[in-house]
Structures are given as C-alpha cells and as structure tokens.
Design a protein around this ligand. Structure first.
Ligand code: ATP
Length: 222
C-alpha cells in the first residue's frame, strides 16, 4: 500500500529564496506528526505545497500514490490564514458549503451531511458553536469549528496549520487526544504545525523539523 505522504527530492522556494532543498520524506497511515520550525522556515509553504497550493521548484509529492491535486478528496486542510468568508455566516452554513468540496459554495442539507456534520462537531466539541455567526465566536472557538470542517469528509490525510493557536490548554489537550485517537482508530495520518511542541509531544508519533532548508523526521519519544 502506498504511504499516505511521500516526498521525493522536493524543493520549495519563494522567488529565489529556497526554503526546502531536495527533501525526501515518508509518512505512514495512522500517524500523528508535529511540524516544527522557527518563524519563516517554511512550514506554511510546505503545508500549502502538500495541498497543491504552492508550486514545486523540483521533485515530486504523492498523497496515497496520487498528486496533491488528484488527492484533494482524500485530504482535509485547515490553513493558517483563517479570514472569515462572511462574518454573519453561521459555522453550520460554512461547513455545509464545504462538504465534499463539490458544491460550488452552495450548502447541502441532506441527511448524510447532517449526520457527518454532527459527528465532526462532536469530535471538536463544537455543537453549541455552529449556529452562531462566525464573527461572534472567540478565536479558539472558531478554530474548533474550522477543524470540524477539515474532518468532515473523513480524510485519510489531515493537514493542519497551527490548529491549536488561540485555544486554551484544556482544549489543546482535548483536540490532541481526539486527533491521536482518530489516527489509531481510522488510519488517518495527521501533519500539523505548532509552536511550542512540548505540550503536544506525548500525543505525537513523529516530529518533522524544518531548519536551514532541510527536513528531519524523528521519533516524538526521543
Ligand atoms: N507570498 C510570498 N512571497 C514571498 N515570500 C513569502 C511569501 N509567503 C511567505 N514568504 C516568505 O517565505 C518564508 C517562509 O514563510 P512561511 O509562512 O512558510 O514560514 P513559517 O515557517 O510558516 O513561519 P511562521 O512560523 O512565522 O508561521 C518567510 O520568510 C516568508 O517571508
């Protein structure tokens, strides 16, 4: 079976500035990996490249054996830039519009969507948040609603860019425990960037560090 994520000699840059130079990497099913690195090292750029949103200067990325664009239906993504699509929109309408990514922004309200949405809201403790306008939620609450959306299509690969920012320590622990359990139970793999990885280490299998254009994968227990 193809690994969930495979990078072969991947080079990423912004203009002439190379951020990652000919990196190889493999992540397997059911693993939770923390992406670490100082400001400006290229974490967001790497995660965007995994979603097919940033071009490669060289090399190849495969997600479950497919190119990032072809693997869209297999991936869930929570970007770092979380500007509100429409401040008065409720979380429920926002999430309904993103279900399956095939609705051209039009919400669907069938029973399948309702059940899938309810399950994801329960995972993130967002049931009581989704019927309020997004603009009236706190930063940490909004993060949980957006995380529900990333989980909505039961992805095999979940890419999260600083999902814990703005959450209090209690919610950070609950979300990390939930993600760890989903990895174990469903085989989903998670790659998530976060600053201050110490608090998250006990939930993770690996730490992927970006430093001086290199990627290094290590066991989280070391
Ligand atoms: N659109 C852009 N055009 C040019 N340079 C960019 C662009 N976006 C980011 N950069 C630069 O690329 C580098 C890496 O940015 P990136 O956002 O990937 O870093 P990061 O590791 O996620 O940082 P942080 O921890 O601060 O979020 C930074 O030096 C940044 O200034």
């Amino acid at each position: 079976m193809a690994p969930v994520l495979a990078l072969k000699a991947v080079t990423l840059a912004h203009g002439r500035r190379v951020l990652i130079d000919r990196a190889d990497l493999t992540l397997g099913r059911g693993t939770l990996t923390l992406l670490a690195g100082g400001n400006g090292q290229g974490k967001t750029t790497l995660l965007r490249a995994l979603m097919g949103l940033h071009p490669l200067q060289g090399g190849e990325i495969q997600i479950s054996g497919k190119t990032p664009r072809r693997a869209r239906c297999l991936t869930g993504y929570m970007p770092q830039d979380r500007r509100l699509p429409a401040p008065q929109m409720t979380g429920r309408a926002f999430l309904a519009a993103s279900w399956h990514g095939t609705r051209f922004g039009l919400p669907g309200w069938g029973q399948n969507l309702k059940s899938a949405l309810q399950a994801c809201l329960a995972l993130t403790g967002s049931e009581k948040l989704v019927d309020q306008p997004l603009s009236q939620l706190s930063g940490g609450e909004r993060q949980r609603v957006f995380l529900s959306g990333a989980l909505l299509d039961s992805p095999c690969f979940l890419v999260l860019d600083e999902p814990l920012s703005g959450m209090d320590t209690q919610w950070q622990s609950e979300i990390l425990a939930m993600l760890q359990a989903r990895c174990r139970e469903t085989g989903m793999a998670v790659l998530m960037s976060c600053h201050g990885i110490e608090a998250a280490l006990s939930y993770a299998d690996h730490v992927l560090s970006i430093d001086s254009q290199k990627l290094e994968l290590r066991d989280a227990a070391l």
